[in-house]
Design a protein around this ligand. Structure first.
Ligand SMILES: Nc1ncnc2c1ncn2[C@@H]1O[C@H](COP(=O)(O)OP(=O)(O)OP(=O)(O)O)[C@@H](O)[C@H]1O
Ligand SMILES: [Mg+2]
Length: 242
């Protein structure tokens, strides 16, 4: 489909360790612009492997992956890095913030490393992103002076700085209590509805999985189930309007 952000066809990954481990086998699915999907499955079933392939952190053993209509097999190392940096935002279970830097500096860090200048435009973009995640008040605090829930939201803000079309989150609430997990879900949904960002969220949290519009279940490296969750999107729209 023309508006597919991501099309995976027969995606497979074998890790050639001491013995070859087939981590992902023949996975095919597509994700449209603005979709909000969760990925579930037992530990070791291949969820992180799938996310790493889709986010161009790793290459498949076989199969194809198109992102934004482009066959990623044809991209050289530089083009892959560029696509990873501009098209995708990553959120992991462990946020890896730099504790001695302020929240706003942490959020800007990837941009600074890429060579963007520490100027008013960059800081304004960071401010808007932090406000979106209810972090405006802690922008100037050092990262190590914020709470665990706030730190994870800072990591989310950092992932959103480039306004990626797709956010890949690998157990983003794995370290959070129920309240902060619910907040992360709400903020993902807000970004999804207001900015049209697509989400693919690996989660062990059934509450979050059930609140996605679609659930992909991986079992033993295979896509076992791919189902739409009825009514969630409409309810979220309703909530956003009220
Ligand atoms: N770098 C690697 N080298 C070798 N084997 C790996 C590597 N990464 C993952 N595996 C193996 O691939 C399989 C899938 O791992 P993966 O990390 O994708 O699972 P997961 O579904 O994310 O699990 P969890 O829920 O525990 O995070 C497992 O058998 C794992 O041991
Ligand atoms: Mg994993």
């Amino acid at each position: 489909m023309a508006d597919d952000l991501l099309v995976a066809e027969g995606l497979s990954k074998v890790y050639f360790d001491v013995i070859p481990t087939p981590a992902l086998t023949d996975v095919s699915f597509s994700l449209a612009s603005g979709e909000f999907a969760s990925v579930i499955g037992r530990s070791g079933s291949g969820k992180s492997t799938l996310l790493n392939l889709v986010g161009l952190l790793d290459t498949p053993t076989s199969g194809s992956l198109h992102l934004n209509g482009r066959d990623t097999a044809g991209l050289d190392r530089v083009a892959r890095a560029r696509m990873r940096n501009t098209f995708v935002g990553f959120v992991f279970q462990f946020h890896h913030l730099l504790p001695e830097f302020s929240v706003i500096e942490n959020v800007c860090m990837p941009a600074l490393i890429r060579g963007e200048a520490w100027n008013a435009e960059l800081r304004q973009r960071a401010r808007v992103t932090l406000d979106m995640l209810d972090l405006g008040e802690v922008a100037e605090k050092n990262a190590n002076e914020t709470s665990g829930g706030q730190r994870q939201r800072v990591a989310i803000a950092r992932a959103l700085m480039n306004r990626p079309q797709l956010v890949l989150a690998d157990e983003p609430t794995g370290n959070l209590d129920t309240e902060n997990s619910a907040l992360v879900y709400e903020l993902f949904r807000k970004v999804n509805l207001e900015w049209g960002t697509a989400f693919l969220i690996v989660t062990h949290d059934p509450t979050i999985a059930q609140q996605a519009d679609r659930i992909l279940e991986i079992s033993d490296g295979r896509l076992q189930r791919d189902v739409a969750v009825p009514g969630v999107s409409a309810a979220a729209d309703e909530q956003a309007r009220s």
